[in-house]
Ligand binder design. Structure first.
Ligand SMILES: [Zn+2]
Length: 215
């Protein structure tokens, strides 16, 4: 019989090392699972059946008894993508009237993520616009100042991931229309959209409003 003498300190180190390795493995699996859940596809198609994403917005998993379906869909995927923001969320979308997506943006903001919204001045004045919701939450919103439309539909997550396509953030777009959204991480493409966002953010600075000087 072979006996291996293990000092108490070495035994303790072995236990600690094993625990750390097990914990690291657990977090690796959880991260991979979360990554997969964020968006298994690079392309999302709409419309989706009317579904509820409220459970995704709760700080702790909870039951929602709204009566709607809570199954995974392009909407839940988009919601997870937005919720994955850790540092910044820049949204540049023509129409934002979806309660689901605006609630998601407010949750992201409440987590300390810097959120900036650019939208169209004509459509932000229509019933259902969520601009008021954003401003009441303390989220800065900027908009164009002319009769041409600010017609973009894209968002940048942490300045690393681009979400873009035909989808307006509206119930009609999500639950009614044929729409597409693609998720892009290509650094050159993301960089171009970041520059576009920053250019518009600067151009639409309220300090530069010219309404009052127009005849
Ligand atoms: Zn629900």
């Amino acid at each position: 019989m072979l006996l291996i003498a293990v000092s108490p300190w070495r035994g303790l180190l072995l236990v600690v090392g094993f625990s750390l390795a097990a914990e690291g493995f657990y977090y690796l699996i959880r991260s991979l699972k979360r990554l997969y859940q964020q968006c298994p596809a690079q392309v999302l198609f709409f419309p989706v059946p009317v579904t509820c994403v409220r459970p995704l917005l709760l700080s702790s998993p909870g039951h929602c008894d709204c009566g709607l379906s809570h199954r995974e869909s392009a909407l839940s995927c988009l919601t997870r993508m937005l919720l994955s923001a850790r540092h910044s969320l820049d949204v540049c979308v023509f129409t934002i009237s979806s309660v689901e997506l605006s609630s998601t943006v407010v949750v992201v903001h409440s987590r300390g993520v810097r959120v900036r919204i650019i939208t169209d001045s004509d459509y932000m004045a229509l019933a259902g616009s969520q601009v008021g919701t954003f401003r009441r939450a303390g989220i800065e919103v900027r908009h164009d100042q002319d009769t041409n439309y600010m017609h973009h539909k894209f968002a940048l997550i942490d300045g690393l991931t681009l979400v873009t396509g035909s989808l307006n953030w509206s119930a009609q777009g999500i639950f009614g229309n044929k729409e597409n959204v693609i998720i892009i991480k290509n650094s050159d493409i993301v960089k171009a959209f970041k520059e576009e966002f920053e250019q518009l953010w600067n151009e639409y600075d309220p300090a530069k409003y010219s309404f009052s000087s127009k005849k």
